[in-house]
Ligand binder design. Sequence first.
Ligand code: HMG
Ligand code: MG
Length: 315
Amino acid sequence: MNAPAPDLPMTVPAEGLPARVRIHEVGARDGLQNEKAIVPAVVKAEFIRRLAGTGLTTIEATSFVHPKWVPQLADAEELFLAVADLPVSLPVLVPNERGLDRALALGARRVAVFASATESFARANLNRTVDEALAMFEPVVSRAKAEGVHVRGYLSMCFGDPWEGAVPVPQVVRVCRALLDMGCDELSLGDTIGVATPGHVTALLAALTGAGVPVSALGVHFHDTYGQALSNTLAALQRGVTTVDASAGGLGGCPYAKSATGNLATEDLVWMLRGLGIDTGIDLGRLVATSVWMAAHLGRPSPSRTVRALSHQEQ
Ligand code: HMG
Ligand code: MG
């Protein structure tokens, strides 16, 4: 047991957890895509630079989607070029070959396609059925792989869907398998509207590993609508997951899923992992300062409890 530094938790390891966790930071993409105001590209670039200065190594930068669908990310080209020199991985979302062309033209080395476990969200988010969307991704994944580009496959609505309610586990497993079979290097299991609870997370991970999916290929992506994101993350770590998506300051949501709120806040995650003695390589003080800076730009305090506690922000 180590004595805590000021503003850090006591380190008390627990059994059955990984030694290291990779945080996939999504604040600049998942967070800012959902802001009402359009954040200028220079501010987004500065946000990403500051995030890179905290020790984060994977910072999702933006999406090469149709600007009419997500106007907040219409500056994808300008932003990507402004941060491309950073010595970190900068994954970008690409829904189709048009998006892939745009990303490859700028030298992107990590891309993500984004599928849905439910028909309703596939229609709302991609204007396709689940299988039509998978067919749209196939040439994206095969071309990206042929170029040596790393491909993440997001899967939304893995637990519940605002139109369809609870999502059956086998339905999720089927789409996960399809994404892996087409060549995705890793999957991110999305609780887009934040309705998962830890037992559900454990059950889904058990079903996936039972279906032959290696846990090393799985990441988790929890939105915090019902305050369950951190508990769900701990359940995933207990099942051997070592990639966790989070968003600095708890920014986030999804413009095509009304009840979605911000992602698990990166600061809340780092606080818990630090307490468990799990290495992330992240400077929590710098991360909090970055989220406070971003919150000032957005004109409201961060919803992250850890940011509030460590920055003494007013409620
Ligand atoms: P569509 O209207 O069916 O597109 O939208 P289309 O293929 O019929 O093409 C129509 C026009 O759009 C054409 O132009 C295309 O060239 C153009 P026209 O010939 O008419 O002049 N176009 C594009 N332009 C720029 N970039 C592109 C692109 N593609 C087509 N990439 C489409 C289909 C997929 C494009 C649309 O539905 C879309 O952009 N959706 C994106 C929605 C989105 O970004 N949602 C948020 C991300 S997902 C998320 O947040 C969840 C996640 O966080 C995990 C979780 O929490 O669960 C990842
Ligand atoms: Mg999301």
